[in-house]
Design a protein around this ligand. Structure first.
Ligand code: NAD
Length: 412
C-alpha cells in the first residue's frame, strides 16, 4: 500500500545520508514544525449540514515564511499534507527561494459542491485556520483549488483583518494583486526543464514522442507547449481515461474537446488508452501530471521513456526510481520539474508587498532563469557526489541550505 509520507521521509533520509547532513538536523526535519487540524462546518444548499476535515502543515520555516498549496480532495489525509509540505520545503530550498514549505487541504470532493457551497467552504477554511499573514504562512492553490478559490480566500482574510494584504494568499487573480503568468507557470516550466534536459542528452525536440498523464492546469499547459515546439504528443489522459494517436494528437483540438465535454476521452480520430497503459506507452518523454505514487516497483520495469519529467508531486516511488535509473531512464524530479509555480509565487509575493506589478515578459524571463538555475545546481551537486540522480542532487542542495539556516539560527 502506497504511503506518500513514508516515501518522502525515505527520500529525505537517503539524501541526508548521501549529503552528510548533521543527524540533529535530520531529526528536526523528520516531522513538521507545526500541524493544525480543524473542522469547517457548512450549511449545504439543500439545507443539510456537513462538517469538513481540514489541515494546514508548516514543515520548516528556517529559510523564511512557510508557503504553498491547498489541496481539496475526497481522499485527502494528514499524511499526504505532511508529505507535500516537506516536498514544498525542498522545492523552495533547492530553488534558492527564501521560504519554508507549507501545505494545507480540505477533505472534500470539489466536483460535488455547488458554487455557493464552494465559496462558503473556502472562506470557512480561512476563518477557521486564522492565518497570520504574509510573514508567517501563505496558502496557495493545489489540486482542487483555482484562481477563484484563492480570490475568496484572500477576500476572507482581508475582510477579517480589515486591510489589504495581497501577499497573504498566493495564486490569486492578477486583478486583486496576483501575478501575470501564474496559471501557466508550472506547465511552461515543465517544458523549459524538458528542453534543457533534452539538449543535455542530445535528444531531438522536433518529433519527440510525448505521453502525458493528467490534462488539468499543469498537464494541459505543458501539452500545448510540447505541441507548439513540434513534439508529437501521442497520448494524453485524465481521470476518466486517455486517448492515443501514434502520429500525434492535435492538442488545440483536444483542449477544445475537453472544454466542451469535460474530458479528453473520445476525441475523434484517436483510440482509447487506459491510464495504466499510458504510463507504459512506447515514447521518448513521459510526463506524469496528475497524482502521486503512479510509478511503482510493479510497473516501473515496463516504463521506459528516454526522459521522465515529473510534473506531478511524488509520482514515482523510491523503489521505482531505482529501477528507472538502472534501466537508463533520465528523470527530472518533481521538485525541479514543477517548480515554475514556486518561482511565480515568490514573484507574486514581492509584487504584492511592494505594490509594484511587473509585465509578463519580465516574469517569464525570471521564472525560466530561476527554474533552470535550480535544475543545473542539482545536476552539479549530483555530479560532485557521483550520484546519477538529479533528484538526489536537488534534495541534497535543499537539505544543505536548510541545515545552514537551522544551524545559523542556533536551533541545533
Ligand atoms: P488539476 O486538478 O488541474 O488536474 C489534475 C488532472 O489529473 C486532471 O486532468 C484530472 O482529471 C487528472 N486526474 C485526477 N485523478 C486522476 C487519476 N486517478 N488518474 C489519471 N488522471 C487523474 O491539477 P494540477 O494543478 O494540474 O496538478 C497536477 C499535479 O501537479 C499535482 O500532483 C499537483 O500537486 C502538481 N503541481 C501542480 C502545480 C500547479 O501550479 N497547479 C504546481 C506544482 C505541482
Amino acid at each position: 500500500m502506497y504511503d506518500f509520507l513514508e516515501q518522502s521521509m525515505r527520500l529525505m533520509h537517503r539524501a541526508a545520508e548521501a549529503g552528510g547532513i548533521d543527524p540533529d538536523v535530520v531529526e528536526l526535519l523528520s516531522g513538521p514544525a507545526r500541524v493544525v487540524a480543524f473542522r469547517i462546518p457548512l450549511r449545504m444548499d439543500d439545507g443539510s449540514f456537513r462538517v469538513f476535515d481540514a489541515y494546514r502543515v508548516r514543515y520548516n520555516d528556517a529559510l523564511g515564511p512557510t508557503r504553498d498549496g491547498t489541496r481539496v480532495s475526497k481522499d485527502l489525509d494528514l499524511g499526504e499534507v505532511k508529505a507535500l509540505a516537506l516536498i514544498m520545503s525542498v522545492k523552495h530550498a533547492a530553488g534558492l527561494i527564501p521560504a519554508g514549505g507549507g501545505k494545507g487541504g480540505i477533505k472534500a470532493d470539489p466536483a460535488e459542491l455547488s458554487r455557493g457551497e464552494s465559496e462558503r467552504l473556502y472562506r470557512g477554511f480561512i476563518r477557521y485556520l486564522q492565518p497570520s499573514g504574509p510573514d508567517y504562512d501563505v496558502p496557495g492553490a493545489d489540486v482542487g483549488t483555482d484562481l477563484q478559490c484563492m480570490a475568496w480566500m484572500l477576500d476572507e482574510y482581508e475582510q477579517i483583518t480589515g486591510r489589504h494584504a495581497p501577499a497573504a494568499v498566493n495564486d490569486k487573480p492578477a486583478i486583486i494583486g496576483g501575478t501575470l503568468g501564474g496559471y501557466e507557470a508550472t506547465g511552461r516550466g515543465v517544458f523549459d526543464v524538458f528542453r534543457d534536459a533534452a539538449d543535455h542528452m542530445g535528444m531531438e525536440i522536433e518529433g519527440a514522442r510525448v505521453a502525458i498523464q493528467g490534462f488539468g492546469q499543469v498537464g494541459s499547459v505543458a501539452a500545448r507547449q510540447f505541441f507548439d515546439a513540434g513534439c508529437r504528443v501521442i497520448a494524453v489522459s485524465d481521470v476518466r481515461g486517455g486517448v492515443y494517436d501514434r502520429n500525434g494528437i492535435d492538442i488545440p483540438a483536444l483542449l477544445e474537446h475537453s472544454q466542451q465535454t469535460g474530458s479528453v476521452v473520445d476525441l475523434p480520430g484517436t483510440r482509447a488508452v487506459t491510464n495504466a497503459k499510458l504510463l507504459e506507452t512506447d515514447c521518448d518523454v513521459l510526463v506524469p501530471a496528475a497524482l502521486q505514487g503512479v510509478i511503482t516497483e510493479d510497473n516501473a520495469p515496463r516504463i521506459h521513456p528516454r526522459l521522465l519529467v515529473e510534473a506531478a508531486n511524488g509520482p514515482t516511488t523510491v523503489e521505482a526510481d531505482d529501477i528507472l535509473l538502472d534501466n537508463g531512464v533520465t528523470v527530472v524530479p518533481d521538485v525541479l520539474a514543477n517548480a515554475g509555480s514556486v518561482h511565480l509565487c515568490q514573484m507574486e509575493r514581492t509584487q504584492g508587498l511592494s505594490d509594484d506589478y511587473w509585465d509578463l515578459d519580465t516574469i517569464e524571463r525570471l521564472r525560466r532563469e530561476r527554474l533552470l538555475a535550480g535544475y543545473r545546481a542539482a545536476l552539479n551537486t549530483a555530479a560532485r557526489f557521483e550520484l546519477d540522480s538529479a533528484r538526489m542532487g536537488a534534495w541534497i542542495n535543499a537539505l544543505k541550505r536548510m541545515e545552514e539556516a537551522i544551524k545559523t539560527r542556533g536551533w541545533c
